[in-house]
Write a protein that binds this ligand. Sequence first.
Ligand code: F6P
Length: 321
Amino acid sequence: MKRIGVLTSGGDAPGMNAAVRAVVRAATHLGMEVVGIRRGFQGLYQGDMRLLGPRDVANTIQRGGTILLTARSEVWRTPEGRAEGARHLREWGIDGLVVIGGDGSFHGAHFLSQEHGVKVIGVPGTIDNDLYGTDHTIGYFTAVETALAAVDKLRDTAASHERIFVVEVMGRHAGHIALDVAVAGGAEEVFLPEEDMPVTSVVDVINESVKKGKASSIIIVAEGYPGGAMAVSKAINEGTGLETRVSILGHIQRGGTPVSSDRILASRLGEAAVQALADDVSGVMVGRNNGIIAFTPLEETWARRKEISRDLYRCAKTLSV
Ligand code: F6P
């Protein structure tokens, strides 16, 4: 393999730059050239790409966002869009492609590979940590730190005003961020999409907290929980008559300097992705489980659900007494 492409796609995640850097440098080490494709599959469709050398990715490992830019491409959902992208890959003499992104991006990579025989390797880059086949995704650790820092600040004002705060964190359909933030932030309760917990159960939680002498409470809600933070807040207002404040943390969780765990994960997975292409492997995501590099077919990464830790969920409940 002489020349490979790399792109970042879907929601950005802190550590994507570290992954791009790893791809470029690992490829250089193996004597391959790398073409950086801008705006993910949208840029591939448009032919917006250029050669990247090791110096082009200098001073990027610590930067949030993605220097390659990213997009959620509508045209890539069409066979015609993918055919145009494949044509650009051929024009540029690109033999393999590293796709850094989440499940939507892996769908795009899978179809490209199936329809046009392009060799693809997925690198899990999403704050949601919702991909089967890797313990963690790039960006997840930083997003948890960012959300946790916000919760710590909210606790100061919640305690001062003796208020109930309902905090919504990202994660799309998954509750991984919410669960980690709830445990690390000492939340009174956590609502996850994975748990079939009626929203009205929060009324007992708040009443119990008041009985135990808690003057303020923090309730964490994953955005994927039906109705999100607004539904939980409404249930508290209606069931207890108490006031709440709602804080939806939103896209702030996607930004910022990647923490060391994300940089290290990105470096290792980026390197492993290039080695996989060199070894003629294709159609898989490279992940890390218990510290060991593992390959999972792309379809499995989205078709199989990555469970939340039941043990940690139990722990969250135990410690919120
Ligand atoms: O997948 C990452 C993520 O941040 C999700 O947590 C969230 O649901 C979604 O992207 C938001 O997407 P957008 O940036 O397109 O609003």
